[in-house]
Design a protein around this ligand. Structure first.
Ligand SMILES: Cc1cc2nc3c(=O)[nH]c(=O)nc-3n(C[C@H](O)[C@H](O)[C@H](O)COP(=O)(O)O)c2cc1C
Ligand SMILES: [Mn+2]
Length: 506
């Protein structure tokens, strides 16, 4: 027996999408070189159901590929349905509800994983000469990419040499040879930190990569939880039950027992190889490959007819925005609250490609602080730009809490009508940040600092706890009886259910 449900079992997650009509089982032959990715790109851009490719040219029979595992859904009222399924939540779940759940689990006691003897990921165990990554349908994602990517929607498993901290983290990995991968392990990310600890001992880093992981575990591995926090215990708290894990074949690590595919081996302490470029989360492709660590695969275990999930990174909206962006939003909101700031919600607008975080300010509490705009911007920057989550996001937009920040139309309206040029922008040239942000100067990339700002869309009266006038929209311009009549008669007028909007004002 293995644990079930869409949060803790990837196969159940896929079956659930198929049953709900939010995934399509594609039986005709598809080329994993560019064709599968092109389909997936069009799926993201049209909010079509997730493609499950069951017949892939060149791959072992039965080996499958799932595109757009957390793409936005086109089903009316279920935009975030695939994301919500990662946490076992209903398809109509709102971002605000999801963020509060993610934050509550950050404050709950961690629930350590439960070790089991075996599980579906051990249905096939490949050692020695049988270890060949070419058996899998390793996709070429974009014409401009420097190679094919095995790991775009999987997580690395590493543990500190003293065993105190296990890290699960998402970071891309490119096929380098039949038994080797290459990919980034940035020193600011926990994979890089733990790899460095082993390097300092002159040892290889014991490593595993989990593909087709329990969806809640994948999401947690894409979340900037603080250093020294083991993501496995967070997933247990989030899912309400421990993750079942099994020991690897070769290196004493533990991986979720029902994962689709597990690669295990070690990260070389010194060997590097050129990696990339790859079309990235911000929507651009870097010009050149870069030297990155090499990962050696000693064993592969997998389920029967394994499903390899893939993210075809690029212009919004893909999983870097829906998963990474959402998990950053939760961590950032928790940080701002912990620092006592008068915030309502924080949200990385998916359309902004994880390059901005919008924060809605509780203006009644703001008025009570007595802060002016500069004081608030400085306090927000001090809170976020020193945190693990805030390192990832270069721009922070502040808006009053009459804006629903999960509705980008409203954020654009606030930016256009409230941000004051010349006075509303507060740059922080010394703040450390992720060097991948597209507009950074070469000097900012080198130093790892700058290009960060707090942008205020607050109006002077917001600091006195008031908003400007009454907005002209459905919710403010009509008496309740008229609004109710319109809602009640919507279908009778002849309209289908609205695809978007129609929610309550913030
Ligand atoms: C689909 C997806 C792809 C990602 N790719 C990378 C990547 O290639 N490199 C990276 O450093 N972070 C990547 N991330 C973000 C990290 O997973 C995230 O910052 C996480 O917090 C890292 O784990 P850590 O906080 O334990 O270091 C990706 C996230 C997602 C959801
Ligand atoms: Mn971590």
């Amino acid at each position: 027996m293995t644990q079930h449900g869409s949060a803790l079992n990837f196969r159940d997650f896929v079956d659930g999408l198929l049953t709900a009509g939010d995934a399509i089982d594609i039986r005709r032959p598809v080329d994993p070189l560019l064709e599968a990715a092109a389909v997936t790109r069009r799926v993201y851009e049209t909010r079509s159901p997730a493609p499950l490719f069951a017949n892939l040219l060149g791959a072992a029979p039965g080996f499958r590929l799932l595109g757009a595992p957390a793409g936005l859904s086109g089903v009316p009222g279920q935009t975030y349905g695939r994301l919500a399924a990662h946490f076992g939540l209903a398809p109509g779940t709102t971002p605000r509800h999801l963020l509060e759940k993610l934050i509550a689990a950050m404050h709950a006691e961690p629930v350590a994983p439960r070790v089991v003897d075996s599980g579906p990921c051990k249905e096939h165990v490949l050692r020695g000469d049988a270890v060949d990554l070419e058996r899998f349908p390793v996709p070429l994602l974009h014409e401009q990419d420097g190679g094919r990517y095995v790991g775009t929607y999987g997580f690395h498993v590493v543990r500190t040499p003293d065993g105190r901290w296990t890290s699960w983290s998402v970071s891309r990995s490119m096929l380098h040879g039949p038994r080797t991968l290459v990919g980034p392990a940035m020193p600011q990310q926990h994979l890089g930190m733990i790899h460095q600890m082993w390097r300092e001992r002159g040892e290889a880093t014991p490593w595993a990569m989990v593909l087709g992981a329990p969806p809640a575990a994948l999401a947690a591995a894409g979340m900037p939880l603080p250093a020294e926090v083991s993501e496995d215990g967070y997933v247990g708290a989030l899912a309400g039950s421990p993750v079942e894990v099994v020991r690897t074949e070769t290196n004493d690590l533990y991986v979720p027992a029902n994962s689709e595919i597990v690669l295990e081996g070690w990260i070389s302490p010194d060997e590097t190889a050129p990696e990339g470029p790859m079309g990235e989360y911000h929507g651009y492709t870097a010009a050149d490959p870069k030297p990155q660590p090499v990962f050696h695969v000693e064993a592969i275990t997998h389920r029967t007819d394994p499903i390899l999930p893939m993210c075809v990174a690029g212009r919004p909206t893909e999983e870097n925005h829906t998963i990474w962006g959402t998990m950053i939003s939760a961590a950032a909101l928790d940080q701002l609250r912990a620092d006592g700031l008068p915030v309502d919600l924080a949200w990385c607008s998916y359309e902004a490609a994880t390059c901005w975080l919008v924060v809605s300010v509780d203006i009644r509490r703001l008025a009570a602080t007595g802060l002016d705009e500069r004081g608030l911007a400085d306090a927000v920057a001090a809170s976020l730009f020193t945190s693990h989550a805030g390192w990832l996001v270069p721009k922070v937009l502040l808006v009053a809490d009459d804006i629903d920040i999960t509705d980008t139309d409203q954020v654009v309206w606030a930016l256009a009508t409230r941000y004051h040029p010349g006075t509303g922008e507060y740059p922080y040239p010394d703040a450390p940040g992720i060097p991948l942000v597209p507009y950074l100067t070469p000097e900012e990339v080198r130093s790892g600092r700058g290009g960060k700002a707090v942008i205020s869309c607050l109006l002077p009266e917001n600091f006195e706890g008031r908003t400007r006038g009454i907005p002209t929209d459905f919710h403010h311009s009509y008496p309740p009886a008229i609004r109710q009549r319109v809602l009640d008669n919507w279908a009778d007028y002849g309209f289908p259910a609205p695809v978007r909007g129609g929610g309550a004002p913030a």
